[in-house]
Write a protein that binds this ligand. Structure first.
Ligand code: PRP
Length: 177
């Protein structure tokens, strides 16, 4: 579908405030533990980077890459692993960092893998908790914004691999088909 316009939803200032709030909660939660923060590529890279700069509990970091969407705005419903973590997660306190939780399929898949890898605790931080299409009962432990509908881009999020570089988050208005 062709993009007609982008409409700002969350400004970079609003995002920075929310990220700082989440960092405060995460620092408190993990004040005694050794934390491994895992960035879910590609979309979470900007959120992860900004969040990480505010974490003061000396975390290790790692990256995982999965794909659940094709080049469009609908989920294929299947999740494939494109890059696994390199850290041994057995006995570790693991925090998955996502940009968006939508249907929950990606998180179900990753949480099951991390559980199987022996993580001692497993929590989820997501900048945007999109509840409308949720198909599972997973809990986002550290949610940034809650959104009921709309396709969003910017701050790492893409539409057909575009708009990831934008510092704010926008909804897309599509041209009529
Ligand atoms: C998006 C997003 C989440 C997932 C959420 O990733 O970053 O990982 O979809 O959808 P779900 O809850 O319905 O599974 P995408 O597959 O677009 O890859 P990207 O992060 O590389 O853009």
């Amino acid at each position: 579908m062709r993009v007609k316009a982008l409409h700002q939803l969350y400004s970079s200032e609003e995002i920075a405030l929310r990220v700082a709030e989440l960092a405060g909660r995460i620092n408190h939660c993990y004040r005694d533990g050794q934390l491994v923060m895992i960035c879910v590529l590609k979309g979470a890279f900007m959120f992860f980077s900004d969040l990480l700069k505010l974490i003061n509990v000396g975390p290790e970091i790692d990256f995982v890459r999965v794909a659940s969407y094709g080049h469009g705005d609908t989920s294929s419903g299947t999740v494939s692993l494109l890059k696994d973590v390199e850290t041994d997660l057995a006995g570790r306190h693991v925090l998955l960092v996502e940009d968006v939780v939508d249907t929950g399929a990606t998180m179900d898949f990753l949480l099951a893998r991390m559980r199987a890898a022996g993580a001692k605790t497993l929590r989820l931080a997501a900048l945007v908790d999109k509840v409308e299409r949720r198909r599972t009962d997973l809990t986002v432990d550290f949610p940034g914004f809650s959104l009921s509908e709309g396709f969003i881009v910017g701050y790492g999020l893409d539409y057909a691999e575009r708009y990831r570089e934008l510092p704010a988050i926008y909804t897309i208005e599509f041209e009529d088909a």
